[in-house]
Design a protein around this ligand. Structure first.
Ligand SMILES: [Zn+2]
Length: 244
């Protein structure tokens, strides 16, 4: 195997590693996005529960008002018995009538509010069902993400182990150093090893190379075929290693 072939193998593994790393970076964000869609359903449920609670509290308030008023009416009626004058008696009667009227109003309000309860309860139930369904959907989806994360982690571990082997196979330190330098440049230097097309164009940056570069690349290939030492032939523009 020529040093270029060994580098191409290494480059394949490095591509796999990059893909795994990119996916591992992206998956948690997608999972978080999925979880965030539950917020809408959660808000609906909260609002429905708050409305129901409001109705229930208002019923309690009206009922307690009615009870207080009834106590007041009973007190007035008890007091009325011991009154001395007709005038006082009439005054108490007027007050009692007023309180009776207030009791009726409070009781009517309590009943009217109670009528709202079944609808509000149904809305809570419906919102709860929607929330549970959405939650189940998201949990299934997140379980898929977790499964994928575990798979990619395993793939990455395997690729890293593979990389150590492939790097050992590159038996020319100069090529290795040059390759690593290109790799560290990211997209500007990647892929580090590219073909020189039959018409002499760098497959990395697509610049036409001078004929001398083509000759050197071909010479390199011939040397390698004979088991000889190869030279680094780089693109004039992007510096990537060229081969044929
Ligand atoms: Zn180039």
């Amino acid at each position: 195997m020529s040093v270029i072939e060994a580098l191409l193998d290494l480059q394949d593994v490095d591509n796999r590693i990059t893909e795994c790393e990119a996916e591992l970076k992206e998956l948690p964000a997608r999972k978080a996005q999925e979880n965030a869609t539950l917020n809408g359903a959660s808000e609906d449920l909260k609002a429905a529960k708050a409305t129901l609670l409001q109705f229930e509290q208002r019923v309690k308030e009206y009922e307690s008002t009615a009870k207080e008023l009834k106590d007041k009416r009973d007190d007035l009626k008890r007091g009325q018995i011991s009154l001395k004058t007709q005038k006082e008696y009439v005054q108490f009667s007027i007050q009692i009538d007023q309180v009776e009227h207030d009791i009726e109003t409070a009781e009517n309000n309590a009943r009217a509010t109670m009528d709202e309860l079944p609808g509000a309860e149904a809305r809570v139930l419906k919102a709860q069902e929607a929330y549970d369904a959405k939650k189940g959907e998201i949990e299934a989806c997140c379980a898929e993400f977790d499964k994928r994360i575990a798979e990619v982690k395993a793939e990455l571990a395997e690729a890293n182990a593979d990389r150590a082997e492939k790097a050992k196979a590159v038996d020319d330190p100069q090529f290795m150093l040059y390759y690593e330098r290109l790799r560290s440049r990211g997209s500007l230097g990647w892929p580090a090893v590219v073909a020189l097309t039959p018409d002499g164009v760098c497959d990395g940056c697509h610049l036409q190379q001078p004929p001398s570069v083509s000759q050197l690349v071909d010479q390199n290939a011939k040397n390698a075929a004979k088991g000889g030492k190869m030279r680094i032939i780089a693109c004039n523009m992007c510096g990537r290693m060229l081969y044929r």
